[in-house]
Design a protein around this ligand. Structure first.
Ligand code: NVA
Length: 364
């Protein structure tokens, strides 16, 4: 008689904290390119002094020394995951240096396969290829094709949100990012659904998402209708002069524990207080101002990865944050990551969890 399988489905992830079994981690290699300058970048890159670097060097490889250091950090992260018994998978090499074109636009290259979190929204047993906002990243999902095919063959659902056209209609013409004291505004229009997978974060039946330079209301509506009645997609309000991805802003780390960025979260939805969640206010980053950061802010330190409800992989240089995490009842697992963060992301960006041991439930 055929034995009924009781193991966890090949793709199974409902929140950030169920015990982690399998994860995809990005790849650093000689094809890791500096993103080519494009219409969306002034809305995303916080540090204006870096804009000229992207304009001059975009589409060429990052300097070798920088890549070597970033690769060392990524290897340390992979080691931490493997030591914890997690299966680590990686995307296949992909020719990022080739020109990209559509009937509406052309660019000299794409970028990399560094940040799977932005590309694939993995929820329950399904992988959703996100309708990404950067033209230079619009084919990045192809680096994950072999993995997606394998997971599909293993029983996962696999779908692509409508790939956006990303013509000029998708962006506000002449957009200038707001200053700190100005109201929030966004470069993306409502022309077509857009979001990057990292604009949303899972918390059981509830998914939290923030509009950003890559995410519009049309995209949020698409995600809610696609997910259907099993999930509620909540839009949260943030203030960020260069908004892109919610996972250095608003992060449900474990049941009853929400980590927030004190400079960006405008309002924590009432549901957290009503359900007795602790709101953990992240201390300010310790990374020295002199440390080069091209693509994201120092708040990237919030971009942790949970191995389970208590063990949290955190950037080793952030001692104050590590102390707070301990006070909040977590067990920090320190890993050097500042040199990876230099080229654009933290642990959460650099990975996407495929399988955690657990099921769908509400935490509210
Ligand atoms: N855009 C965010 C990082 C998101 C992971 C920041 O620069 O802080």
């Amino acid at each position: 008689m055929e034995q009924q399988s009781t193991s966890t489905p090949v793709v199974n992830t409902f929140n950030e904290w169920d015990p982690l079994e399998e994860i995809v981690v990005g790849r650093v290699d000689e094809t890791t390119l500096i993103p080519p300058w494009d219409v969306i970048m002034p809305a995303c890159v916080h540090d204006k002094t870096q804009w000229d670097f992207f304009k001059r060097r975009g589409g060429t490889p990052w300097p070798v020394e920088m890549l070597k250091k970033a690769e060392r950090d990524l290897e340390a992260f992979i080691d931490v995951l493997q030591q914890a018994g997690v299966t680590v998978r990686q995307p296949e090499p992909y020719p990022y240096e080739r020109p990209l074109a559509s009937p509406d636009w052309g660019l000299k290259s794409s970028c990399y396969a560094l940040m799977p979190r932005d590309v694939l929204f993995v929820i329950g047993d399904q992988i959703i290829e996100a309708p990404m906002g950067w033209r230079s990243r619009s084919t990045e999902r192809l680096a994950y094709r072999e993995l997606c095919k394998e997971y599909f063959r293993g029983g996962a659902r696999w779908v692509a949100a409508p790939p956006p056209r990303l013509s000029d209609e998708s962006y506000v013409r002449g957009f200038v990012a707001p200053e700190e004291d100005e109201p929030q505004r966004f470069i993306v229009t409502e022309y077509e659904p857009m979001f990057d997978a990292a604009d949303a974060i899972k918390c059981g039946r509830d998914v939290f998402i923030a509009r950003s330079s890559c995410c519009n209301r049309f995209g949020i509506e698409w995600l809610q209708r696609h997910l259907g009645d099993e999930y509620i997609v909540h839009e949260i309000e943030v203030h960020d002069t260069h908004p892109m991805h919610v996972d250095a802003t608003f992060y449900p780390l474990a049941p009853g524990k929400l980590l927030i960025n004190p400079e960006r979260v405008v309002d924590v939805p009432d549901m957290f207080e009503k359900s007795g969640w602790d709101v953990l206010v992240c201390p300010v980053p310790e990374m020295p101002e002199s440390h080069p950061m091209y693509n994201c802010s120092r708040w990237i330190m919030m971009n942790v990865v949970m191995l389970d409800e208590t063990r949290v992989v955190v950037s080793a240089g952030e001692k104050r944050f590590i102390r707070r995490l301990k006070e909040w009842g977590f067990e920090p697992v320190e890993c050097p990551f500042w040199d990876f963060e230099t080229i654009g992301g933290g642990f959460h960006c650099a990975s996407v969890d495929i399988r955690r041991r657990g099921g769908l439930r509400s935490y509210f």
